[in-house]
Write a protein that binds this ligand. Sequence first.
Ligand SMILES: C[S@@+](CC[C@H](N)C(=O)[O-])C[C@H]1O[C@@H](n2cnc3c(N)ncnc32)[C@H](O)[C@@H]1O
Length: 264
Amino acid sequence: MSEIASEAMESEFGTVAGWTEEAVRALGPEHAVPAGCRGSGSEGALRWLADTLALRAGDRVLDAGAGVGGPAGWLAADRGVRAVCVEPMAEAVHASRALFGLPSVVALSQALPLADASFDAAWTLGVLCTTEEKPAMLAELARVLVPGGRLGLLVFVAEAPLPPPLPEGNSFPSPAEVDALLAQAGFAVTGTADADLGDSPPEWQRRADAVEAEVRRRHGDHPAWAQAEEQSGRVGRLLGSGALRPRLLTAVRSGPTASVDQVT
Ligand SMILES: C[S@@+](CC[C@H](N)C(=O)[O-])C[C@H]1O[C@@H](n2cnc3c(N)ncnc32)[C@H](O)[C@@H]1O
């Protein structure tokens, strides 16, 4: 199952995820986390979220839209949490199992195959802006969190209409829309920060670059590579111009869980 918004996103999040697993296997396991953070991108952002959410050893943590599992893999190794990944692209789920040994399931975050109140915390990094079904996604996250459960987000926000060319399939909310969506789903915001996606240590960046070069060497003439490059290039240009901003948020599930019908 994928039901993801566009063919370009299938290439970027599916095909390239499989190639990333292949390249990490070739280069060595120390490359897995840096190469596996496709969206969160920086160790500083992960550290800020883990600290602000006060994640501790043994916490049950859901990564919704986990990609190839880099952020959840980092979190499990750095904080000793019990991480579970949900991700619609089968190639990415295969990678998070193979590279990090994480329990991972193929599903969309607006239809989580998980029990009510089964997680202490969840995070979703670079995912809210990839779906139009934001209320349903946040309602599902509220449902699977315990009362008082903590939620972390990395969201790419835009204050004004963005100049084309836009990355296909994305729907970037404004900061005010994110706040309203969270409130509607029963979350109270506890922390916000602007993310600096370039603040990883040099070794982290060097390993991520090495995996990208290896994928290009193996598959650079494939149309899916060009499509994925075009997508990430468009996001990069918007971030570079400041029109799009990476925003980190933490929230707590405060109120009664709203049903999807109530928030749509
Ligand atoms: C920018 S990537 C971020 C991946 C990962 N969170 C990270 O930070 O490395 C966005 C991810 O969201 C996934 N995705 C897209 N729509 C989704 C949805 N409705 N529910 C869950 N995941 C979704 C994509 O397949 C992709 O893996």
